[in-house]
Design a protein. Structure first.
Length: 214
């Protein structure tokens, strides 16, 4: 994405802070005109619609990201699910995220799916999801989720599992990092512009998983 698209997005952000939605939308559409794959613009357009309570429109903006840059879907997974919940269609939102995960296997999607599955379908389904992921791609994160789901299942010894889970969490810490491809700066959250070297879009939309079991 060129600097011009980010310029329009920055103008839009200032307009949002000034509560000038009309100007913000214009700037975001200008960003999309300059570069049709501007993920940032669709994220912000969706945010504006969600804030106004138009969750169907918000979801439509975020869905477009699949055709712009699928790896950025993790940036809007929680937003999509939240809007479906506002529409009282959480199962539909979970189904969509499961489809995205099936197609793109993004760990950031799985984290949202796991929490939603635990909430909507119960601990046994969440346990099965974590087990499958642990088999597919072993990681401390998936192991932690498996223990969490098993601890909620009355068939298992909750105290023992929680003790093991806490040990795993202490080992994990916060190891999901976004690493700048330009200068190597590591961040715990996504930035469109690197805070260290100011390069635009040098941090990937999908974090590097530092907790995979080798």
């Amino acid at each position: 994405m060129n600097g011009k698209t980010h310029y329009h997005c920055e103008i839009a952000l200032n307009a949002i802070l000034d509560k000038d939605k009309k100007s913000a939308i214009k700037s975001l559409n200008d960003a999309l005109d300059a570069h049709k794959k501007c993920v940032r613009a669709n994220i912000l357009l969706g945010d504006l619609d969600a804030e106004d309570g138009d969750h169907n429109k918000a979801i439509n903006h975020w869905k477009k990201i699949e055709f712009q840059d699928p790896e950025s879907l993790g940036l809007v997974a929680a937003k999509i699910l939240n809007s479906f919940e506002k529409l009282k269609k959480p199962e539909e939102g979970l189904s969509l995220l499961n489809l995205y995960f099936e197609n793109y296997k993004l760990r950031s999607l799985l984290n949202v799916i796991y929490e939603a599955t635990l909430k909507l379908e119960g601990s046994e389904m969440a346990e099965e999801l974590a087990r499958k992921e642990l088999i597919r791609k072993p990681s401390l994160q998936a192991l932690d989720q498996l223990f969490q789901a098993r601890a909620l299942n009355s068939k298992h010894k909750e105290q023992d599992i929680q003790l093991i889970q806490q040990t795993v969490r202490n080992a994990i810490g916060n190891r999901r990092l976004f690493t700048c491809s330009s200068c190597g700066f590591k961040a715990k959250q996504h930035h469109w512009q690197c805070p260290a070297c100011n390069a635009w879009e040098a941090l990937p939309s999908e974090p590097t998983e530092m907790n995979e079991i080798s």
